[in-house]
Design a protein around this ligand. Sequence first.
Ligand code: HSE
Length: 416
Amino acid sequence: MINVAVLGYGVVGSGVVEIIKKNSLSISKKAFKEIKVKKILDIRDFPDSPERELITKNPDDVFDDPQIDIVVETIGGATIAYDFTKKALSMGKHVVTSNKELVATHGPELLALARQNQVNYLFEASVGGGIPIIRPLNRCLAANEIHSIVGILNGTTNYILSQMKREGKDFDVALKEAQKNGYAEADPTADIEGHDSCRKIAILSSIAYNEFVDYKFIYTEGITKISLTDLKYAESMNSTIKLIAFSEKIDDKIVAWVSPVIIGNGHPLAGVEDVFNAILINGDAIGEAMFYGRGAGKLPTASAVVADIIEVVKHLGSFGGYNWSLAEGDNVLDVMETQTRYMVRIKIKDHKNAKNDVTKVFNKIEWLNAFNMDNEEELAFVTEKVLEKDMRQNLEKLKQSEAVEEVINSIKVMEA
Ligand code: HSE
């Protein structure tokens, strides 16, 4: 019998308890051992929960119990979850988590601690919800040199963008629905500003390139500036807008960013809708492989956590974690040195002069004939590939033009 303690009885933690109970027979067959939840730690009261007998507010009930072999950390954040994880690993207890913030922030230290104590620290649920991605990347694709990762890694923002585009819903309405469905973080700013995707692409990159990629160096932009009009422009380009997390290994540097992107409808990620996530991996032997599934929500995320518990049970007494050497200094290329095409929308005062000024600032552009827009008020165009640092300068120059009232938005455009 293997005893598990669940720290944090929120959306994911309660899903873990539910799955372990519901699928106990098949889980024990796969693990070759019976797995039982012995304690649930949470500071809140759950008087009506059928699990109330297991719930405690006292961490000693978990840490002082030598019969508890595996600790599931579903508290989230990098404060108390950090302390509890270190404590558990130091005491020789395995830890399984869905906490991407903690892994992205303290992964190297926690993995080293796990290795030192010959226990496991597994976090399949930290990226892509229920999609198997971390273990496949580390195990099934281990023979490859990974060139790049392109993904939709946040269910909340993908849900919001899909609902805006398909149903014409307002951003705030769609966000509230995502929160109600249990997709969003406790503070949804992490979702909509792209921080959650940033931590996830940092984790995937660290697994793929065998060196820790610090999320703090990854340029990150969320979807709060994306409007229904931007989505209509994308539609007029036979494209759609997605929050893309990107990373690519070029020699000894990693190019990584998170940003809304206009992608052609023929792109494999264009049809990924609602809470679904998808990840395209490019490796030297396999070529391209795509992983797809529900990226957030109670049971999909709990599915990945429980799979990690089974993995731990099958490899008790050994460290099967990841080799995250700390790169010397910043191994992420400065975003200013990266290049892409952009769709730019400007509000204008004077149509003819604005057009002239745009063509003076940018070498070569393609004007967009907007869908029923009054072209006397707004202009939109797509640039050639331009370096980020040049793009920023160019936008500043446009803002100086007498004929331009404001730059409404500029959005990356990615080739199919
Ligand atoms: N808030 C996250 C998302 C949860 O929406 O993708 C899953 O990590």
